[in-house]
Structure formats: structure tokens, C-alpha cells
Design a protein around this ligand. Structure first.
Ligand SMILES: Nc1ncnc2c1ncn2[C@@H]1O[C@H](COP(=O)(O)OP(=O)(O)OP(=O)(O)O)[C@@H](O)[C@H]1O
Length: 257
């Protein structure tokens, strides 16, 4: 079942066409990678789906309902969660408090500046941390976390919105290879168990080919190829698009089992 439908999104900045007639779909339980060389338009497309940027034309539908005009926070409440390349968590708070804050936002509850977040939605927040394997560090200040754990906490924060779709902007940037695999395996299992769609951008081709069900390739604002990792790896247009790019497709070896 189609969860996200993007129809002919176009966005220009001055004379630069950053996205041109971009159409794509994401189904529930599916991991879809949006790849492309630097400047291809990935962030622009992501921001138009997340609501941070309004398209010049085109439509975004979630579960067949149009959301093109919705703000980012309205989209969050409709079920679009997002993790960012640079973590957006509150480093002065504990891991648990960060997730509690996200739950307050989901339920539309506000806190006074001095009222403690501590008693709010504690059990639900602990449950989400358990889902990402972080219940053991719930009371640690998030500033003390290793980078891979910050990314897992961000996933718990995104899950606090009970998302149908998660947008992940370069989820593994800055991580060691073993950590990358672990984060993507976790994401994959959450996508399947919670029937969420996941759309992610990624420069690391091992992550893309190892974890995406489907890959979309952007070049100069246009989708030039869509397919399974194996189809994309063999596509001559894609190989050509990546020639000379520092995040190239090589080595074109078989996908790890
Ligand atoms: N706010 C903006 N103002 C002007 N030009 C922009 C703006 N945002 C993006 N662009 C331009 O649009 C094009 C696409 O940029 P975008 O950031 O979407 O690409 P990207 O694929 O995400 O790149 P990267 O992999 O380097 O993050 C680029 O030419 C970029 O310079």
C-alpha cells in the first residue's frame, strides 16, 4: 500500500532548478534510498516532503491525503518523523527527557519554562528507548552519549510521533562502519515491525546497497533511475552520473548477505 506519494515536485532557487518534476512513492514497511552526487537536489526534495520548504509546484500526499500546504509541525502530527544529519536533540537533558519532550509535542502539550518534564509520559518514553536498545542509558545526560547512541536516541525521538513515515537525512554520516550497519539494521527492523515507510538520503553506498529495498537516483534535480539495489548498481546512467564524484559507486561488489 502506497504511504507517501510525491507528484511532480519542482523547486528553483533563482536560476538554479534544484528539483524538477520529482515523483516518487514509499510504501509501508519499505526502506527507500534517495541518492545522488553533491548538489543533486536530495535535501531540497527532503525539505519539500518534510514541510521545511514549499515547492513551486507539485503535490505531496500521505495516505492519499494532500499535505503539500501543511507546515512541518502539522506533518509531524500527521505522521512524518524526521532525523537530521546534525543531531537536533537537547544535549542538556537526559536521554529519557529528550524522548519525553517529543511525546509532549506529539500530544500537543506545553510545559511552563520551569515545570519539570520528568513525570510526563515516562513509561511510554522508556518503551520507545527499549525499542532502540537504549533503556539502560535513559537517565544519562545526552551530552555524554557516543555519536552512534545519539543517532539511536534521535530515532526514539522520531518514533515518539508514532510516525507512518520517517525521513532520515544521511543517518550514518560520521559513524564507524560497524555502527552504520547496526543503525540501519535497527531502522529496518523498526520499519517492518511498525509498518513504517523509511526514506533516507545517504552517501555511503554500502549502506544504500545493503539496506534499501529500492533506490532512487537524483541528478541535477531529476530522478534518472529507480530500481532495486542490484538494478541501480548495474545502470549505466547511474554509473556515469557518479563518475568523478568523491562518493562514487565503486566498489561494485555483491551486496553483503
Ligand atoms: N536555499 C538555497 N538557495 C539557493 N540555492 C540553493 C538553496 N538550497 C539548495 N540550493 C541549490 O540547489 C541545488 C541542490 O541542492 P541540494 O542541497 O538540494 O543538493 P543535495 O543533493 O542535497 O547536495 P549534498 O549532497 O551536497 O547535500 C544546488 O545547486 C544548491 O546550490
Amino acid at each position: 500500500m502506497t504511504l507517501l506519494k510525491v507528484e511532480r515536485l519542482t523547486k528553483s532557487f533563482g536560476g538554479v532548478v534544484a528539483a524538477s518534476d520529482v515523483s516518487l512513492t514509499v510504501r509501508r514497511g519499505e526502506m527507500v534510498a534517495l541518492i545522488g552526487p553533491n548538489g543533486a537536489g536530495k535535501s531540497t526534495v527532503f525539505n519539500m516532503i518534510g514541510g521545511q520548504l514549499q515547492p513551486d509546484s507539485g503535490h505531496v500526499l500521505l495516505d492519499d491525503a494532500p499535505i503539500t500546504q501543511a507546515t512541518a509541525s502539522e506533518r509531524f502530527r500527521k505522521g512524518i518523523g524526521r532525523t537530521f544529519q546534525v543531531a537536533q536533540a537537547f544535549l542538556s537533558m537526559t536521554v529519557l527527557e529528550n524522548v519525553q519532550m517529543a511525546l509532549l509535542s506529539r500530544y500537543g502539550e506545553t510545559r511552563g519554562l520551569w515545570s519539570p518534564v520528568r513525570p510526563c509520559h515516562r513509561e511510554e518514553a522508556l518503551g520507545l528507548l527499549t525499542q532502540v536498545g537504549m533503556e539502560g542509558v535513559a537517565d544519562r545526560p545526552s551530552a555524554e552519549l557516543a555519536y552512534g547512541d545519539v543517532k539511536r536516541m534521535e530515532l526514539a525521538i522520531a518514533l515518539a510521533g508514532d510516525p507512518k513515515l520517517i525521513l532520515m537525512d544521511e543517518p550514518t554520516a560520521g559513524m564507524a562502519p560497524a555502527e552504520r550497519s547496526a543503525l540501519m539494521e535497527l531502522t529496518d527492523s523498526l520499519a517492518r515491525s511498525r509498518h513504517m515507510g523509511v526514506l533516507f538520503t545517504e552517501h555511503d553506498m554500502d549502506v544504500v546497497f545493503g539496506h534499501a529495498d529500492r533506490v532512487l537516483v537524483l541528478l541535477r534535480g531529476q530522478i534518472i533511475a529507480t530500481g532495486t539495489p542490484d538494478e541501480i548498481r548495474r545502470d549505466p546512467r547511474v554509473r556515469e552520473a557518479y563518475l568523478g564524484d568523491t562518493h562514487g559507486l565503486a566498489p561494485l561488489t555483491a551486496r553483503p548477505a
